[in-house]
Design a protein around this ligand. Structure first.
Ligand SMILES: C[S@@+](CC[C@H](N)C(=O)[O-])C[C@H]1O[C@@H](n2cnc3c(N)ncnc32)[C@H](O)[C@@H]1O
Length: 285
C-alpha cells in the first residue's frame, strides 16, 4: 500500500478491482481522449488509469502512454491485461495529489478519477502536481460528472433526505450481480453514508461479494468523493496556473448544456512561465 492509499478512501481494491477489469472495458471516452494524444500529444499520462480501460487500447494503437493510479490492485490487473497482449506499460502506484514521476508529458488525461478519495485541498494539489508534470504548452483533459447528474445522489443534498442517511443496505441478491468470463459470480451493493453539501463531499460504502469454485469472498470498502460544479472547477484550473480552459459535454465536441452529465475540461500549461510576483510588482508600478 502506498502512502496515498493510507490517507485517502477509495473502493477500487480487491473484488471491486476485479469487477472493473472484467466488466468496465468499453465507452465513448476511449476514442474521445485518444484523438488528442494522437494529435501531437505524446508522451501522454493516464492519471487514475485503473485497470487500463483507456490505457490498454492506447498502447495497442502504438501510443506512448504511461499510467498511474492509487490502487495497486487496479494496476496489477492493468498490467496483467497489457502483458496478455505483449505490452509492457510504465505504471506507477501513486495518489494524484502526490504525483512524482520521472517524465514530463504533452498530454495528461484524468478520466473518472478527479475528486475521488480525498478532500478539496488534495483535489487542488492534484491539479498542481498535474501542471508540474506537463511540458510547457501541454494539455490536460479531465472529465467531471456534474453533481446533479446522478438523481439518487443529488436528492441527498436536501436536508430532509440527508438526515435519513445512512441508507440501509440492500439484501444480498438485490445488488448488481454478474457472471465473469471465468465463471465467477460477482455482486456489488453500494449505499450513501453521508453527504455534506457545504464541503461538497459524499461518503459511500460498497459491499462486494464473489463466488468462485464454491468459495464465497465478501468485502466492504469506502469511497469518499469531493463534488465539483463546472465553474468552480474551471476557476480551480486557472488558480493552478492553467490557461485556455475550455469545456465540452459528454465526450463530444459540443459545448456543455444543462443536460450534460460529464463535462470535459481542456486546459493548457502556458508555453512560457507566468511572471514571478516580484516582476509583476515592478511592472505594475
Ligand atoms: C472510476 S475508476 C476510472 C478508471 C479509468 N480511468 C477508467 O476510466 O476506466 C477511478 C480510478 O481512480 C483511482 N483513484 C481514485 N482516487 C485516486 C487518487 N486520489 N489518485 C489516483 N488515483 C485514484 C481508482 O483507484 C480507480 O482506479
Amino acid at each position: 500500500m502506498t502512502g496515498g492509499e493510507e490517507q485517502t478512501q477509495t473502493w477500487h481494491h480487491g473484488i471491486v478491482a476485479s469487477w472493473w477489469a472484467e466488466f468496465n472495458v468499453g465507452g465513448p471516452e476511449i476514442e474521445y481522449f485518444q484523438k488528442f494524444i494522437e494529435d501531437d500529444g505524446q508522451p501522454a499520462l493516464d492519471v487514475a488509469c485503473g485497470t487500463g480501460r483507456l490505457l490498454v487500447p492506447y498502447l495497442r494503437a502504438g501510443l506512448d502512454v504511461d499510467g498511474c493510479d492509487i490502487s495497486s490492485d487496479m494496476l496489477a490487473l492493468c498490467r496483467e491485461r497489457a502483458e496478455a497482449e505483449g505490452l509492457s506499460p510504465n505504471l506507477f502506484a501513486q495518489a494524484m495529489h502526490e504525483l512524482e514521476l520521472p517524465r514530463r508529458y504533452r498530454t495528461i488525461v484524468v478520466c473518472g478519477g478527479f475528486g475521488l478519495g480525498g478532500n478539496r485541498e488534495q483535489s487542488f494539489e492534484s491539479l498542481e502536481r498535474i501542471y508540474e508534470h506537463l511540458e510547457p504548452g501541454g494539455l490536460l483533459l479531465l472529465d467531471n460528472e456534474a453533481p446533479y447528474a446522478d438523481a439518487g445522489l443529488w436528492r441527498h443534498w436536501l436536508k430532509e433526505e440527508r438526515h435519513a442517511l445512512p441508507k440501509p443496505w440492500r439484501e444480498l441478491g438485490e445488488g448488481d450481480r454478474r457472471q465473469a468470463s471465468d465463471g465467477a459470480e460477482y455482486e456489488l451493493r453500494s449505499r450513501i453514508v453521508e453527504l455534506d453539501p457545504l464541503a461538497q463531499c459524499v461518503t459511500l460504502e460498497m459491499r462486494a461479494d464473489m463466488w468462485r469454485n464454491g468459495e464465497h469472498v465478501a468485502e466492504e470498502h469506502v469511497l469518499r468523493m469531493s463534488l465539483y460544479f463546472t465553474h468552480e472547477l474551471a476557476a480551480m484550473l486557472e488558480r493552478a496556473g492553467f490557461t485556455d480552459v475550455s469545456l465540452t459535454g459528454d465526450y463530444t465536441d459540443e459545448e456543455p448544456n444543462s443536460d450534460t452529465e460529464f463535462v470535459v475540461f481542456r486546459a493548457r500549461k502556458p508555453r512560457t512561465r507566468p511572471p514571478a510576483a516580484g516582476d509583476r510588482k515592478h511592472r505594475d508600478r
